[in-house]
Design a protein around this ligand. Structure first.
Ligand code: GCB
Length: 591
């Protein structure tokens, strides 16, 4: 699927704006108007815009409705309707008829709508479902009868049409997919476009342009596309080329044209290092969320710009899209900004009996005899990788966050998924899973499947709370155990953090104070610096974020290094001091 763009052969219309909205209280005929609608902005989460607390926390079905005008001329073309994402399931109706369904809240979907369209006013409705259960990603325990839901994850279940809604039109012949495969020795790069085309055509013409729009090389069909002096994409230097694809008929008439940005870089893993362009790379950064006041999980472009600026100002070079693929627009901006991404599927909470809201498993119940997520997990991997495979910013795929990798059945569950993911990436990026403390080095059953060991650890917070001396010892001992178990795999920390009430200062540096958060990170850094096989540190979290209410969540999760509205906590000074200096020492710890 292509990211929608206006080109010489394609038109593009946005359907974003104010839509009608109403929860489903009775059977809704999609051909009839909503009977009691209110207004919400699209893209955006409904439950960050409305003041009805009960509605905002409810699970079930919700209707969105809008109309648009279709000119007669455009009906002669092929027309497509595309959603950037709808969380978590969508049924789309045009003029009362079902056009498409989609499962999975964080990836795009589209359909040709020609047989449903008419001249003049068209009526578009979307039935959104935010129920999560034992079959979905993310995962939750849901009781259909009572409607009670226990989420197995720690962020608010924001719901709605979260990313842009667009209508685009093409000629009869059109590109359906463009991927940019390449081989490089870091100097010479041979590019092999992979295109799919619907309809009749004669041949394809390709051009590669440099970042200034100057033609580097041109070719027809299978002719070789060689960049002889490659300008590499590097962390902090997001150099992008453009591949222009022209689909032609035999008389040389242009049938379709599409331009895709790409960058050239390599990624490799050794037992001690994570190499980008054959140079050791040390991850400095955060786990994040798509989360903000009023927009919820809706696309918020100014926020993306600001967050990338903030990251750079600290010397951060990377983040993980915890715990789901972020918007296409954000991945494009990471490419341009040279920010390194670990791209994660929404496989969060694949661990029955463990979550912040405490779910008590029944006797004999294990994760892998309870969850039926495999089909949706496979789909989520396919859709994420199809969407993101060409992004140079993406250097590693994360196939799960804090899963029960220590329970029997885990290996059988993950082996085919890892194999699938490997088969979908011509760049052979490393794969990882994000390990939870119960899945210890001794008990782990899935580490052999992956390339990098990513640990989320909370010594000094959930374990050895308030005791950083003991925490440091436990952390050190655990790192050594992982190394013994998997000596051929580098280790990185993808989460570690402490809830910190902004503005709370204490003389004795007690938990929840800004002083404690600073001490906590200082301790972790001292430990990391002793090990030459640790390849990165991503703190939890970049900013405070909204969660469901619970006893251990005070106005959300407060582990942010910034508040939800991006005010720095005290620890930011320490991060700047560390990350803006001695980067090479951290990369070259191996003597
Ligand atoms: C974790 C989860 C993350 C939570 C975090 C916490 O391990 O991966 O989603 O928000 O812990 O703060 O408890």
């Amino acid at each position: 699927m292509l990211y929608p763009k206006m080109t010489a052969t394609r038109t593009l219309t946005t359907l974003d704006g104010m839509w009608q909205f109403q929860p489903e209280k009775h059977v809704q005929d999609p051909a009839e108007p909503l009977d009691n609608p209110t207004w919400v902005a699209v893209p955006g989460s409904f439950n960050s815009q409305l003041l009805d607390e009960e509605l905002n926390n409810s699970v079930g079905y919700f209707w969105y409705a809008t109309t648009f005008q279709m000119p007669l001329e455009q009906l002669k073309r092929k027309n497509f309707l595309r959603f950037g994402s709808v969380s978590h399931q969508a049924e789309v109706y045009l003029n009362g008829r079902l056009v498409m369904k989609h499962v999975g809240g964080f990836t795009p979907f589209e359909a040709n709508i020609d047989k449903y369209l008419k001249e003049g006013t068209n009526d578009l409705k979307v039935r959104v479902c935010n129920i999560l259960d034992d079959t979905t990603l993310p995962s939750a325990k849901y009781d259909r009868e009572s409607g009670k839901i226990t989420y197995r994850f720690d962020f608010f279940n924001f719901t709605g049409i979260h990313r842009p809604v667009r209508l685009y039109s093409t000629n009869e012949t059109y590109l359906t997919s463009v991927h940019v495969n390449y081989q490089t020795d870091l100097k010479q790069t041979v590019v092999t476009p992979q295109v799919k085309i619907n309809g009749a055509y004669d041949h394809c013409e390709y051009a590669i342009l440099d970042q200034n729009g100057k033609t580097v090389v041109k070719a027809k069909d299978d002719e070789k596309l060689l960049i002889s002096d490659t300008h590499l994409w590097q962390p902090n230097h997001g150099y992008l080329y453009q591949l222009v694809v022209d689909v032609m008929d035999e008389e040389g008439k242009l049938l379709d044209t599409y331009t895709k940005e790409f960058g050239v870089r390599t990624v490799k893993v050794t037992n001690n290092q994570f190499l980008i362009n054959d140079k050791p790379f040390y991850f400095q950064g955060f786990g994040k969320h798509e989360d903000f006041f009023a927009s919820g999980k809706g696309l918020n472009m100014p926020l993306i710009t600001l967050d990338h600026q903030i990251l750079k100002s600290l010397g951060a070079n990377s983040y993980r899209t915890s715990h789901y693929p972020y918007s296409e627009e954000q991945m494009q901006q990471a490419d341009r900004d040279g920010i390194v991404i670990i791209d994660e599927v929404p496989a969060v909470g694949l661990f029955v009996g463990f979550n912040v809201n405490v779910e008590i498993p029944q006797k004999g119940q294990t994760t892998w005899n309870t969850l039926k997520t495999a089909a949706n997990h496979e789909l989520a991997i396919k859709e994420m990788m199809e969407r993101d495979v060409d992004h140079p910013a993406v250097v590693m795929w994360s196939l799960a966050n804090e899963t029960a990798g220590h329970e029997d059945g885990a290996h059988d569950y993950y082996a085919p998924l890892v194999q699938l993911a490997r088969s979908l990436d011509p760049q052979h990026r490393p794969m990882t899973w994000i390990d939870i403390v119960m899945d210890s080095a001794e008990k782990d059953q899935i580490g052999d499947l992956f390339d990098v060991i990513c640990l989320n650890r909370y010594y000094g917070w959930y374990v050895a709370h308030g005791d950083l001396t003991t925490a440091g010892k436990m952390l050190t001992a655990e790192i050594k155990k992982w190394r013994e178990r998997y000596p051929e795999k580098p280790i990185m920390f993808t989460e570690f953090g402490a809830d910190t009430v902004p503005g709370m200062h204490t003389i004795n540096h007690s938990p929840y104070s800004e002083e404690y958060q600073t001490d906590f990170y200082q301790m972790y850094f001292e430990v990391f610096d002793q090990f030459d096989y640790i390849v990165g540190e991503q703190l939890w979290a970049f900013a405070d974020f909204q969660t469901s209410n619970s006893m251990i969540r005070v106005d959300g999760n407060l582990k942010g290094v910034f508040t939800r509205d991006r005010r720095p906590k005290q620890v930011v000074g320490l991060l700047k001091q560390r990350w803006l200096h001695n980067y090479d020492d951290r990369c070259h710890k191996v003597k």
